[in-house]
Ligand binder design. Structure first.
Ligand code: ATP
Ligand code: MG
Length: 565
């Protein structure tokens, strides 16, 4: 992890860990884990959990964080997700070392633990259907009803569980349940299901198993098997903590980690449930899990968000015990800040307007020096070709400008950045009256962009040389949804009704400076005056495609200024 990350955050979890280490608990060791279910791609919410778990471990000598695939559901999990999750965690800058684990590696042990519960009379095989179980569960105000199978003998339970494993029963026919308390005020303790029959092939264990453990059973025991010292999870698991503890106590394991809950990350203008993200992909609303508009890490990578900016964002928002929603603009501010310091500046014109410098010799080219990053002198300079025919941004010219428009207009003089002052002398239009070309004159004495007589111009424009620039497709993005909370929907509609129809704008006629020829996929640059862009994987040789990650305008800073943050 790079040293420019935010100063080490302090929060209630880090305080607990520090106190445990100081007290010599667990022999002073810190072992955390990040336990994704491989049923989708990682998103920015997961990044918060990754930064926390890996960050807490990294703060201690010998601290380790395991990457554990919680692969207990053969129906929804795929190898593709396992691969993408690993590459996303690495991309974020974290390393699990030798500790790549799979819950499926523990299936034998977990099965033995379940048998142990049966033998001590703490679990039973139940023949009720899932509907019947739900119907007897009771409510927050009413106790549940005991299953008629609750008092089966240990011998019968052992026999039936073995036969479940042997494949004698079909999906849903029988389950193994914990025998806890159907009247518990905590609904998760009302004889929760521990194992169910799933006759499905598993991506790692193939057809070896047809019974699979439930999350609550597998999770705490996997933590215990791995010697996790602090099991960090999001608030919705607070009610499950009692079950976490019950299972570990009843199984009688040596290692019993504490479960500690923190608030999940909610981000405005997007959704983070994997079910919804999958619906966006499968419904063709986006081009894939890595569509640059997605809140996935692969989408953000493609959009040009640097991993350091995501880490810094996660550190800055901190870890607390109460749910809240963070403005997307705050993440964008982190990205902008990081790119401002590290991204090379280049000239690019998104909607070109042809400019002919009438007093510049035809056929002549000169090289003008441009600064690569004014924030970082170490990034040096480069040469930009200048010639008689240029392109400027169509928006930078108005034939009849309003008062505060300081860019180019007939008779007006502006600076071309790193080049010369030019004055517009004439406007060429097509038959429809559309401006298709500007005729200008340049002042040779202003080479480099300053006038020796000290005269000033109000506007500085970006430009490229028409003969040297290379064509590029440019994709501009807005938020994927136009509501802050897209999951909030009118009756009868689903969340896709909140999609922003203008979230993608594709410009096909862009021109970029020649230094970008052959730029590698993933290269991040600032297009002067336009924002930060990243080379998209769709780029083939000679047809560059750029995604705009963020604009230069800092909406977050404005929100802060207005005191509305
Ligand atoms: P689903 O959307 O299907 O409920 P999930 O987002 O909970 O899935 P998991 O694979 O179970 O996905 O999550 C792995 C870890 O990431 C868990 O420890 C979970 O608590 C954490 N996590 C998931 N979403 C967030 C979030 N928005 N903020 C912080 N942590 C999160
Ligand atoms: Mg989950």
């Amino acid at each position: 992890m790079s040293s420019d990350d935010a100063p080490r955050a302090t929060d209630f979890i880090r305080s607990i860990v520090a106190a445990d280490v100081a007290a010599g608990k667990n022999g002073g060791r810190v072992v955390t884990r990040f336990p994704p279910e491989p049923n989708g791609y990682l998103h920015i919410g997961h990044a918060k959990s990754i930064c926390l778990n890996f960050g807490v471990a990294a703060a201690y000598d010998g601290g380790v964080c395991h990457l554990r695939f919680d692969d207990t559901n053969p129906i929804t999990e795929e190898g593709e997700y396992v691969r993408s999750i690993q590459s996303d965690v690495r991309w974020l800058g974290f390393d699990w070392g030798d500790h790549l684990h799979y819950t499926s590696d523990y299936f034998d042990q977990l099965y033995a633990f379940a048998v142990r519960l049966i033998e001590k009379g703490a679990a039973y095989v139940c023949d009720l259907s899932s509907e019947e179980i739900a119907a007897r569960r009771g409510t927050l105000t009413e106790p549940g009803t005991n299953s008629p199978y609750r008092e089966r003998s240990v011998a019968e339970n052992r026999d039936l569980f073995e036969r479940m494993r042997a494949g004698e029963f079909e999906n849903g026919e029988r389950v193994l349940r914990a025998k806890i308390n159907m009247a518990s005020p905590n609904l998760t303790l009302r004889d929760p299901i521990l194992y169910r029959v799933h006759k499905a092939s598993h991506h790692r264990t193939d057809d070896r198993w047809c019974v699979y453990p439930m999350y609550d059973f597998a999770h705490c025991l996997s933590d215990s098997i791995e010697g996790i010292t602090h099991s960090l999870c999001t608030l919705e698991f607070a009610d499950h903590r009692a079950l976490y503890d019950w299972i570990l106590d009843e199984v009688g394991v040596d290692c019993h980690p504490p479960q500690i809950e923190f608030a999940r990350l909610n981000l405005s203008h997007t959704v983070m449930s994997k079910r919804m993200l999958r619906a966006l992909v499968e419904g063709g609303h986006v081009s894939g899990w890595d569509d640059p508009r997605m809140p996935t890490l692969s989408g953000m990578r493609r959009r040009g968000y640097p991993p350091g900016a995501i880490r810094r964002f996660c550190n800055e928002i901190g870890v607390a015990k109460r749910d809240n929603t963070i403005q997307l603009a705050r993440l964008e501010a982190s990205v902008r800040d990081e790119l401002n310091r590290h991204a090379q500046r280049v000239m690019a014109v998104l909607r070109p307007l042809r400019v002919v410098i009438e007093n510049y010799p035809d056929g002549q080219t000169e090289e003008l020096e441009a600064v690569n990053n004014p924030e970082d002198a170490g990034m040096g300079t480069r040469m930009l070709p200048f010639s008689r025919v240029l392109y400027i941004e169509r928006d930078d010219f108005l034939e009849d400008p309003p008062r505060k428009f300081f860019r180019l207009a007939p008779g007006r003089e502006v600076r071309l950045r790193y080049a010369y002052f030019i004055t517009c002398t004439d406007v060429v239009k097509d038959e429809a009256g559309e401006v298709i070309e500007l005729r200008c004159r340049y002042d040779p004495a202003t080479r480099g962009g300053e006038a020796p007589d000290g005269r000033k111009v109000k506007g500085t424009l970006h430009w490229v040389s028409a003969a040297h620039a290379i064509p590029a497709e440019v994709r501009l993005y807005e938020t994927l949804f136009d509501r802050e909370d897209p999951a909030e929907v009118e009756v009868g509609k689903d969340f896709t009704a909140n999609l922003n129809p203008h979230s993608l704008e594709t410009l096909s006629g862009g021109r970029v400076e020649p230094s970008l020829a052959g730029a590698a996929v993933g290269t991040r640059v600032q297009f002067e005056r336009l924002g930060y862009f990243c080379v998209d994987p769709d780029s083939a040789r000679g047809s560059l495609v750029f995604n705009r990650g963020v604009t230069l305008r800092d909406t977050w800073a404005k929100i802060v200024k207005k005191g509305a943050a």
